[in-house]
Design a protein around this ligand. Structure first.
Ligand code: 16G
Length: 240
């Protein structure tokens, strides 16, 4: 099964074979792959070699490890287009997944200078700070930290945020969301966020900051999101 004469390193050949088996459905989503010991015997290679192949597949998000339990086949990543201004709820529903949220923090605060500038606030204006964990089919996907101007949404309370923020703005408040600017960068999961997302650190994340505007160029939210890199793939259509 392995070609020991090939210039392709053995651990990569094993990785490719396991990948193929995952893609063919030989190991269905959520099931354990054979143990390191079994794979070592099957391929007649060292445990180090097998471990390297598995680590690569874990890093690519095809497998995940659970301490003391084994290595399992991960669900395929969510493919998230970056060119539409959609909400988390809309995105998950469009994929046939069930979105849910957990509001961790809801409070009124004095904004930092950068948030105040992005939201074009006047001196003394306050913001709601909302920290939510976002789930799809009960699995953690992202943490969103949202800042909204209190003045634009008087009377907002925690219970309204168990559903969609955008639906609340557009349907309840009858406001028109028009456009947004996003910045994205790679990062490593912080310890406190690992607990919220119920995953082990170190893990790769994608940090997205979105400033969104209502009709008339009025900024209404700054959102700093931490997306699980093992659950997301971002896509854009580009033209020339
Ligand atoms: C998305 C947006 C976020 C927005 C949220 C509303 C990104 C990076 N972020 O997650 O800015 O606040 O959707 O979702 O796409 P909701 O209407 O489901 O609460």
């Amino acid at each position: 099964m392995l070609d020991k004469q090939s210039p392709i390193p053995i651990y990569i050949q094993i990785e490719e074979q396991l990948k193929q088996q995952i893609q063919q459905g030989d190991f269905p989503i959520g099931t354990a792959i054979p143990s390191e010991r079994e794979l070592t015997e099957r391929f007649s290679v060292s445990r180090m070699t097998v471990r390297q192949s598995i680590t690569n597949l874990v890093n690519d998000g095809l497998l995940y490890r659970e301490k003391g339990r084994g290595t399992f086949v991960a669900s395929p990543k969510v493919e998230q287009p970056l060119n539409g201004l959609t909400s988390f709820t809309e995105d998950m529903l469009a994929r046939g997944m069930t979105p849910s949220n957990k509001v961790i923090v809801f409070e009124v605060r004095d904004p930092d200078a950068d948030i105040a500038a992005d939201l074009q606030l006047a001196d003394g204006d306050k913001v709601y700070f909302i920290e939510r964990i976002r789930f799809a089919d009960e699995k953690t996907m992202a943490i969103e930290r949202t800042y909204l101007p209190v003045e634009r949404f008087p009377g907002l309370h925690r219970d309204l945020l168990h559903g969609s923020l955008y639906a609340m703005i557009e349907e309840d408040q009858q406001l028109k969301i028009s456009h947004a600017t996003q910045r994205m960068e790679a990062g490593l999961l912080k310890k406190e966020d690992a607990e919220l997302l119920q995953i082990q650190s170190p893990a790769a994340i994608l940090m997205i900051e979105r400033i969104s505007y209502l009709d008339g160029d009025l900024p209404f939210e700054v959102v700093r999101s931490t997306y699980r890199a093992d659950r997301y793939k971002f896509i854009t259509d580009i033209q020339r």
